[in-house]
Design a protein around this ligand. Sequence first.
Ligand code: PMV
Length: 341
Amino acid sequence: MSLKLIHNETHCQAPSNIALIKYWGKHGLQIPKNPSISFTLDALHTKTKVKFHKKTKAEDQTVVVFEGKENPKFAEKIEKKLPLIYGDFPYLKDYYLEIHSENTFPHSSGIASSASSMAALAMCIAAASGNGEDKKLVSHAARILSGSACRSIYDKLVWWGKSPSLLQSHDEFAVPCYEAVDEIFWSYRDAVLVVSKSEKSVSSSLGHDLMHTNPFASARFQQAHQNIDLLYGAMRCGDIEHFGTIVEEEALTLHGLMMMSRPSFLLLEPNSVALILKIRKHRVLDKIPMYFTIDAGPNIHLLYPDFAKKDVEDFIQQECLDLLENKTFYLDSVGNGARIL
Ligand code: PMV
């Protein structure tokens, strides 16, 4: 493994991911309190180009150009985080980064971009030292940069956090796990129903912090261990119904934890709840195997197998559009992890 810079310009792409078992609560340097599992997405991704310049003076600091515009706020955030990965990439001490980044989804679309952008950055940094193929190393650095970004490195279905249910699982980096599950999940789909495009009122780092004092925290961590085991079992058997039941429980638990934290907060909006009720109603009425999950925000991710594509798209057109901000939704599917372009 080379720890020196060998390419002074790299270009990489990384996808967003959607958690099925949620990571909520951490300790130390982004070590999760419970294992999580996510689908890697495809269409929703970030492309990043990094130019590495030799540092010659104190003012030589990270520059970020996001979607063609210089963004000092992002630059400051990244500048603070880079020393945390000097252990993985010692060459970084001698260089400053000029980062050019763009998303395939609009910045204020209510879709979190930190997982895809930090995974793409970690990949660019690793690729610069010729280590872009060392996924464990890239995932390790991505975790330090932004928690769940560590899952965006691998294809399709990814596990992060030590658990007796998966021997190779680890707290410090994610591992791929799709090969063991039924192929129906390799081409699963995710329709992101955008209830609100506004930036969320409570950041996920504050949300993680509130788990330190949440009176239900230890029961939650135990439940996540049980749920990941049950979910992985259901996915190995191709049991879509059991899969969906656990995924919905996880989403509502995440939001329940927010409501029960001290102080409590609420990220769901009336239209999020209206969509949940409609999904549950039409799942039974029209026999469509669609289940929802929700990240730390008001938007609903509708998950369904490829064969249900037409029925779900008709359901969105006929039942959901009026509940969405500017009728916005994104159709995505399970995809592959970060790569060098
Ligand atoms: O990686 P963070 O710190 O943005 O936290 C992610 C939290 C959730 O998206 C709500 C859950 C998850 O596992 O992705």
